[in-house]
Design a protein around this ligand. Sequence first.
Ligand SMILES: Nc1nc(=O)c2c([nH]1)NC[C@@H]1CN(c3ccc(C(=O)N[C@@H](CCC(=O)O)C(=O)O)cc3)CN21
Ligand SMILES: CC(C)C(=O)C(=O)O
Ligand SMILES: [Mg+2]
Length: 273
Amino acid sequence: MSVQSAARRLTAPDIRARKGGEPIVSLTSYHAHTARLVDPHVDFMLVGDSLGMVMHGMETTVPVTVEMMILQGQAVMRGSSRALVVVDLPFGSYEGSPQQAFATASKVLKETGAGAIKLEGGRRMAETVRFLADRGVPVMGHVGLTPQAINTLGSFKALGRDEASAELILNDARAIADAGAFAIVLEAISEPLARQITAEVAPPTIGIGGSPACDGQILVLEDMLGLSDRVPRFVKKFAEIGPAIGAAVEAYASEVRSRSFPAAEHVYAPKKV
Ligand SMILES: Nc1nc(=O)c2c([nH]1)NC[C@@H]1CN(c3ccc(C(=O)N[C@@H](CCC(=O)O)C(=O)O)cc3)CN21
Ligand SMILES: CC(C)C(=O)C(=O)O
Ligand SMILES: [Mg+2]
């Protein structure tokens, strides 16, 4: 460890220990520059597979690859020093078996230096969560709306709003909590269900469209900055960066066309000899 790094990076056990305490704050981050801005203010940053949709314009998260996650995970680690960095395992890289999940998760942790991974799924993933947690891989779970299952779900919409489906999601959360997940994302579920899960399970719950009943909150950074064109109902825009970028680009284009940019102070004079 370097002598200069006085404040150590938060760990999965640090997040786990926050159950029932001060709310856990989190945002996604995909780049070194956004990581640098987000790092001082959050407890953990998620390198989410939503990067396929947000950065690459994909329709779903299904095409995202392990290589894409590793590149952005490395970028976010370079841009941060304090927050825990969690990397999503993408669709197809872990569901086949606990062994496949361990191979992918260990590669991600080795090549990025991140402190934890996240994977989607409840009861069907419980054996895998235990397999990883027993072998040194901190696992964040993710239940409720699991976007990687879009092709079986049909659309991105809130789940667990009737009693039968709420019971299924409650059992999903119980299963991965018992299997050793250090935290669980609850995506797009009703408030009473989020409240019940949060009260019952030992690890902290992190809501995204999961109501204030959760132990913490996460949003996609670009969504809350006003950089995404369409956002889910659960997003609050804390800024409108999109129009600010448009205005800056418009001013640049106009100054280039009128030759008022570059001005004298942006120009290299020849070296004096
Ligand atoms: N930029 C971004 N932000 C996200 O939060 C996000 C992604 N991308 N990609 C992956 C998933 C998809 N997400 C979503 C998308 C929409 C709803 C949503 O609120 N849907 C409406 C219904 C829309 C419909 O029926 O077409 C709802 O009321 O539930 C929820 C989660 C969340 N995740
Ligand atoms: C927002 C969340 C929880 C996510 O999984 C993602 O960004 O991929
Ligand atoms: Mg994700």
